[in-house]
Design a binder for this molecule. Structure first.
Ligand code: HEC
Length: 227
């Protein structure tokens, strides 16, 4: 059963990256947004997870497929092509987010990035496209953890690109509380984000910061409420 779901998910991944007539099965409602920190954007915790989840997927811009020569899975690769540090408007990596029809990235039928996610990439490029790391403590607060304010922004940024209404990788759709709860009920969420042996480490290739993992663990320990 799991194998069937996995191969279905990979098929969808491949299909999702072909340029096809626009059909948005989600009616454009997939996902929420994240508010970039008031301070400078953090590449490691905010920008990289978004690239991994939305762009560096199999059949798209992972190291194997390299669609149009773009590999968007690490800082070194992301700044190689289509990016002019200091100017989002002169950077293809940003302008394609607002392109029309099948030129838009991620291409239809994938949902477009949300306004907040586009803003995050725009700000990051305009701030010089820096490789900011170890900034988790500045941008991550583990007090008063709730689903909507603490957990959802992490999921939207780092997971939703591969776990949504049109692409429920591994059978998990995180576009609603119910979908996130299902992964906890199945006992798969914490093991996967901790890269525990026996689980598929999530997000693939870019472990969440310790602070983000802690945030999710705290919320799960407190009963994983829809709050
Ligand atoms: C680049 C795509 C991608 C991203 C980003 C991603 N996932 Fe996954 N996820 C998958 C795929 C594909 C599978 C199914 C195959 C597998 O288990 O490796 C999966 C499986 C899972 C599973 C089941 C794992 C298991 O061992 O049973 C969980 C839970 C999960 N993901 C949670 C998450 C969470 C939480 C995030 C964000 C923090 C996330 N994923 C980000 C692609 C992704």
């Amino acid at each position: 059963m799991r194998t069937a779901l996995v191969s279905l998910a990979s098929m969808l991944l491949l299909m999702a990256c072909k340029h096809e007539p626009f059909v948005d099965p989600n009616g454009g409602t997939t996902g929420g947004g994240t508010t970039p920190p008031a301070a400078a954007v953090c590449f490691e915790t905010d920008v990289l997870p978004l690239f991994i989840a939305s762009c560096a997927r199999a059949g798209c811009h992972d190291a194997t497929t390299r669609a149009e020569g773009y590999v968007l899975d690490s800082y070194a690769n992301i700044v190689k092509k289509g990016l002019k540090a200091g100017s989002a408007s002169a950077s293809k990596l940003f302008t394609v987010l607002n392109a029309s029809g099948t030129d838009r990235m991620p291409p239809p039928p994938n949902a477009a990035l949300t306004a907040d996610q586009k803003k995050l990439i725009e700000n990051w490029i305009n701030e010089g496209a820096k490789n900011t790391t170890n900034c988790a403590t500045a941008t991550c607060d583990t007090s008063n953890v709730t689903f909507s304010k603490s957990v959802l922004p992490i999921i939207n940024n780092a997971c939703l690109g591969c776990h949504n209404n049109s692409l429920a990788s591994g059978g998990y759709n995180f576009s609603s509380y119910t979908g996130v709860k299902a992964s906890i009920t199945a006992g798969r969420l914490l093991g996967s984000i901790n890269y525990t042996p026996g689980f598929s480490g999530m997000p693939q290739g870019a472990k969440l910061s310790a602070c983000h993992i802690n945030t999710i663990r705290k919320w799960v320990d407190a009963g994983a409420l829809n709050n």
